[in-house]
Write a protein that binds this ligand. Structure first.
Ligand SMILES: Nc1ncnc2c1ncn2[C@@H]1O[C@H](COP(=O)(O)OP(=O)(O)OP(=O)(O)O)[C@@H](O)[C@H]1O
Ligand SMILES: [Mg+2]
Length: 228
């Protein structure tokens, strides 16, 4: 199901973030929102997730669908361990028991098996980010929203996690929407890149990645960004 944003308006006080903004995010794609700090990317994700209220306009294709969201800021539950933070999203206590093998595979993937009984305060920033990703993978949402998901991670692990996101996407086909400031990350992970500017947010370019030489796409995006 496509996600269709039509004539969206939203501001914070005197600051207009969206002014009659429209965008259709087609299902089956991996969308990257690429734009400068403060342009409105997180606000858009929050509007999609229903965490911010819009002033006017419509957002279709979200209702009743399960959204897994990795927030830009870490939001782990401090009094739960790594493992419990992940378990927390997969099964309500007393109801369906979490799939232990699946949980362990995810812990292994993000290289946190040996830290599963640690509390968030005992982890580095990158480790906390890995727990947040693990939690989203375990939740298995129809829509997977990732707000700068790989920041603070070493290149090797970043590549591994991006590959896992791609593998997960191949298997489950969630509607993937993510943000990044890293052009290579954008090209590696997405099928469609929206280069944004603002506020108010506008689409400077829509670049399709699939089937194209990655270096040509990077050059195209850098050229777009240089354009005033
Ligand atoms: N709850 C809020 N109250 C007031 N202003 C806000 C609020 N949330 C965001 N803003 C403002 O809206 C603008 C867009 O913020 P947003 O977080 O969406 O940017 P962003 O594109 O995600 O930036 P970054 O790349 O730095 O994460 C900024 O000027 C920010 O100060
Ligand atoms: Mg942001």
């Amino acid at each position: 199901m496509n996600i269709k944003i039509t004539n969206l308006s939203k501001g914070f006080g005197k600051l207009t973030i969206f002014d009659d903004f429209s965008l259709t995010l087609e299902s089956g794609s991996r969308h990257c929102l690429f734009g400068p700090s403060g342009c409105g990317k997180t606000t858009l994700l929050n509007l999609l997730a229903g965490l911010e209220t819009k002033e006017s306009g419509t957002i279709e294709g979200i209702d009743q669908r399960k959204i897994a969201y990795v927030f830009q800021e870490e939001r782990l539950i401090p009094w739960l361990t790594v493992r419990e933070n992940i378990e927390f999203v997969v099964g309500e206590k007393g109801k369906s028991a979490p799939d232990v093998a699946h949980l362990e595979a995810i812990l292994e993937l993000v290289e946190l098996t040996s830290f599963q009984n640690h509390y968030p305060s005992e982890l580095s920033g990158g480790m906390k980010q890995r727990v947040s990703l693990a939690r989203a993978f375990a939740y298995n949402g129809e829509i997977l929203v990732l707000d700068e998901p790989f920041k603070g991670l070493h290149h090797d692990l970043k590549l591994k996690l991006m590959d896992y996101v791609l593998k997960y996407w191949e298997m489950e086909r969630p509607h993937l929407i993510f943000t990044t400031h890293d052009v290579e990350e954008a090209v590696y992970l997405s099928s469609d890149i929206y280069v944004l500017e603002g506020p108010p947010v506008s689409i400077k370019a829509h670049t399709q990645v699939s089937g194209r030489e990655k270096s040509a796409v990077i050059e195209e995006i850098l050229t777009t960004m240089r354009r005033v």
